[in-house]
Design a protein around this ligand. Sequence first.
Ligand code: ADP
Length: 566
Amino acid sequence: MLIPKKILARFSYTIWLTLVIFIVFAIVFGFYIHAEKQIDRANELRLQSIMLSDELRQSSDDLTRMVRAYVVTGNPIYKDHFLEILDIRDGKRGRPVDYQNVYWDLVLSDNVRPRPNGEAIPLLDLMRQANFTDSEFSKLSQAKASSDELTNAEFSAMALIESTNPTTDQNRREAIDLVFSESYYQSKAKIMRPISEIYQMMNQRTLEKVVAAENTAILIRVILIVFGLLLIFALWHASSALHSILGCSVNRLQEYISHLGSGNFSESIYKQGENNILGWLSEMQIKLAEIETERNKALAELREYQNHLEKLVEERTSALVIAKEAAEEANIAKNTFIASMNHEFRTPLNAIIGFSGVLKSEMVGPLNTKQKDQLERIHKAGGHLLKIATEVLDVSQIESGNHEVFVEMFSLAELIGEVVKGSEEVAASKGISIKLQMQRDVQLQSDRRRLYQCLDNYLNNAVKFSENSGIIVVKVEESDKQVNLSVTDNGIGIAKEDQLKIFEPFERLESHLKVKAGGTGLGLYLTRKITEELLDGSVWIESAVGEGSTFGLTIPKIITKKIDKE
Ligand code: ADP
């Protein structure tokens, strides 16, 4: 299922269109903000220009007021004010803050100023900064020339006052005439006329600028509204294209999806067959509902199987318990049988060995060679049988767990001495010498009898499976907590694949020494079992055919493992 290409193209086209319109809208909006700022700036400039023109007029009036007060009263403070007004206007003194506001009317006889002085800057410079035009400046120079003329008259009037001390009435009258004369008024009018014209020119010019800025802003506003409407239209278009792709509103779609997400597949969407997302959602819902039904069915079956399985496990467990109990009973019976058999077997066997030994020694009378030979065979066979009986009993005891561990403190050197002594005679008869490698004696806390059994078995085998003449080395290596005991011979050796096998019960390898050496095939099995289960250690072997073998065992110096004693 795919969305028809036409719908997709319409959607992506409207998205692009919306984006472009939005960008243009944003740019126009930027221009609009700028235009609004331009209006503010034009208004500001206008206000500033009005205030500067006003200052020019005001300062001229202030000068007149000060000179008249001075000639009438003769108070020097008025002359100082007169000079200060001139200096401020020409930028020779700091301009009081907010000078355009009422200032000199607030300065009284105590000469306290309403506001502090700011930066010194000529009035003409301020007018230049406010963009006064050249024609306005030419009017200004006219006003300035007339003002200078008037100032000269004013200085003459003040000079008359100061020419005598005290001032004579004559001089005062002349001075007053000068600043109230017809020519004074005419000079004043000569200053004020260009100022009035400047004011009108400036007023006209700044007003035009404000109006122009306002017109630009109105134009941009109209463009902005047009693009705003276009943007709304494009958004509406994109939304309707999206609607035809989705098949419903985004909110409704979200509702459906959240229903599906929460695993509610039952509420129908009623839009099957339509080639839009809602239609597909509806089909998906139906399929999910089918899968859900199948899953529930499978779950029910699984639960049934599980119950069945649990029942089977239960049955099997109880069968196993019964079998285990039976095996335990059988084991007890087997051990009882072996123990009693052993006893029954051992008594006559000991008698055979004992009596054949006595007969062999000719204590009860002389024997001929044939009799001696046969008695020797009986004696040997008896010994072999006794060994088998002893080993079988041992195996049965260890396998049934019915064994005892006698832990005691003993000297390893002494134990090895005894073991070596036991094999020395047979070894010597084969021309084999036994050597001991041991740095120092070690005291062990272990089962002496069982360790003896293991070492004895290793040494017996080494003698048995060595050719006539050779060396056997019994080696003891000691670490912190363990001892390594090994017996190395240079006998027939054992192939790699047989090395694990020989530690299993009744395993005897084929060799030309097999018959001569005799044996049960239980010795190594017993050694492994005793070492692992009673002495808490492990056995190991290194051997090569024709070169010899090393049989070893590693045991702890002190048995720490808890061993059940039954
Ligand atoms: P047995 O010695 O009574 O046959 P063991 O369990 O002691 O039984 O030994 C199993 C077999 O392992 C022996 O029959 C022999 O084939 C092989 N074997 C044991 N020790 C040696 C050895 N030192 N050199 C060569 N083969 C050995």
